[in-house]
Write a protein that binds this ligand. Structure first.
Ligand code: ZN
Length: 314
């Protein structure tokens, strides 16, 4: 295969009230708000980006806060859980920290040999922390509330429910570069670019399950890393040859994107590693002010007038 993706770039989810979202992801999970912007397709709503200290691709979870939306209906064709990587030995710290924040956790499980602590965010979004010794591109956030040793190091994998495994498997293996990497408890794991933390996807075939529907507490899409636009367009070509209908290249300013639905209905994106979140802000001050892409800047006053104020947890 000529071109492949290189793991998870970001995951975008739908949240309820934006302040509660900031309080949880910054104040409890200790991620850095690296970009405070608006949904480019609905600029009267926020788009909030949380990541490691510098916004490294693969560490970024983003949210559209749409409080008026119904809660997600979990089902096939959706990403149902986002496990994050933490270092071995960190789960005890996190069990204490989450308990102190009033976050209920499920019992620790062993998944593919790694200890995993599942829980949910305030909107019910399925999250987990997985202890892994795998190396990752990651920069700590030294001003954050979580000690560096225990900070989240990015998405470990994503977990998808599908009516049929085979069509999704064919896309992953024939068009995106994944290889089968094991099966456990009904979950098939696939790995790309050598595998390891951040280069995984887990798929569960659930033929009797209803179709899922987007809502608060749900995942909107999963984006896969490409090095640059040329590689992204080569992967896009393969996706189109596979019978899917990828969009044209869309300039998201901090990266360039192509979107398509995989055969089971999960919205996927291809995204370039650059230019990155410091394209329009000093790295020391990421996320402190509302940032608009240049084409929305003329509408700043109208946009700011309808967005609710946000305060950072202390
Ligand atoms: Zn995206």
């Amino acid at each position: 295969m000529a071109s492949t993706v290189h793991g998870i770039h970001h995951v975008t989810c739908i949240a309820g009230p934006p302040q509660r979202n900031v309080d949880f992801y910054v104040g409890v999970l200790g991620l850095r708000l690296v970009k405070r912007s608006v949904n480019q397709d609905a600029p009267d709503t926020y788009h909030l980006f949380y990541a490691d200290g510098v916004g490294t691709p693969g560490t970024d979870i983003t949210f559209f806060p749409w409080p008026a939306m119904e809660p997600v209906q979990l089902g096939i064709g959706l990403t149902v859980e986002i496990p994050f990587a933490v270092r071995p030995g960190s789960l005890a710290y996190w069990q204490d920290r989450l308990a102190q924040a009033g976050v209920a956790t499920d019992p620790v499980e062993t998944r593919f040999g790694e200890l995993t602590l599942p829980f949910r965010d305030p909107d019910g979004l399925g999250l987990a922390l997985t202890e892994t010794a795998d190396g990752r591109d990651w920069t700590p956030w030294r001003a954050g509330p979580v000690p560096e040793a225990h900070q989240l190091r990015g998405m470990h994998t994503v977990r998808l429910w599908e009516r049929q495994l085979t069509p999704t498997e064919m896309l992953l293996t024939q068009r995106l570069g994944f290889v089968a990497a094991g099966e456990e408890d009904g979950w098939r794991r696939y790995a790309v670019d050598g595998g390891g933390s951040g280069r995984l996807v887990d798929v569960r075939e659930m033929p009797g399950e209803r179709r899922g529907r987007w809502g608060t507490g749900g995942v909107h899409h999963v984006a896969w890393r490409t090095h640059d636009a040329a590689e992204e367009m080569a992967v896009r070509e393969g996706v189109a040859q596979g019978g899917l209908r990828p969009t044209a290249l869309i300039d998201r300013f901090w990266f360039e994107s192509v979107y398509f639905k995989e055969p089971g209905g999960v919205l996927f994106e291809l995204a370039t590693d650059g230019p990155g979140f410091d394209r329009d802000e000093d790295m020391a001050h990421l996320g402190e002010t509302l940032i608009l892409p240049p084409w929305l800047e003329p509408h700043r006053r109208d946009i700011e007038a309808v967005l609710p104020p946000l305060t950072m947890p202390t």
